[in-house]
Design a protein around this ligand. Sequence first.
Ligand SMILES: Nc1ncnc2c1ncn2[C@@H]1O[C@H](COP(=O)(O)OP(=O)(O)OP(=O)(O)O)[C@@H](O)[C@H]1O
Length: 226
Amino acid sequence: MNIQFDQASLSYEGQVALHPLTLDLGESRIGVIGLNGSGKSSFARLIKGLVKPSAGRVLLDGLDTVKDAKAVLPQTGFIFQNPANQIILPIIRDDVAMGPKAQGLKGPALDQAVEAALARFGIAHLAERRPHELSGGELQLAALAAVMVTRPKLVIFDEPTNQLDLKNRALVAAAIEALEEQAIVISHDLELIRAYGRVLVFHQGRLAFDGDAESAICRYRELALA
Ligand SMILES: Nc1ncnc2c1ncn2[C@@H]1O[C@H](COP(=O)(O)OP(=O)(O)OP(=O)(O)O)[C@@H](O)[C@H]1O
């Protein structure tokens, strides 16, 4: 999917979170790094249409995230830092079924889609569990299954490994790596984005670097230590 920022900016109550940004992205893996409060989540939320640009436009495959929201926004999935905020229903299977149900799927086709999504992320054995009976990593995988079952073209991860121990981090990192779909990954976990073809560095609401991962990490380190 082609993601285009056209002088898009975002302010909260007059405070600028993202200065006007013009950018074209089409890579299958895009990393986003930067200090706390640098504008990374604002950037991601604009793409998913969770917030509207204060000025300018964000286009996904040429469609405006505000004017064409209905057509374009289902094509993007969003994985939040804390999956507990994302999994709403008491049983994992039901939560994964919610999206395709809303898209009109029912009966055996619905069951099949849910089974396939659970199996895809290796959590078929957790289908009948409640969210509090899952580890942090398993919860992230459940959130991922619930998002990917609706077949988005693009999935955005907002700090997906932030609250995870090394074992769960490895689980989630492997699941992201195996995705066929396009992914944007915001992370303070630099290892996660080290192999990505394109990494954006945000600083004080502006794009401070856009290029290969190694150079992006160097730039981020300079900014962090300045
Ligand atoms: N809902 C909001 N209301 C007011 N200000 C906000 C809101 N969300 C973010 N901001 C402000 O916008 C700026 C950018 O925040 P943003 O969440 O985009 O940064 P971030 O790089 O994702 O940070 P972090 O790494 O801490 O998640 C910050 O100054 C933040 O305080």
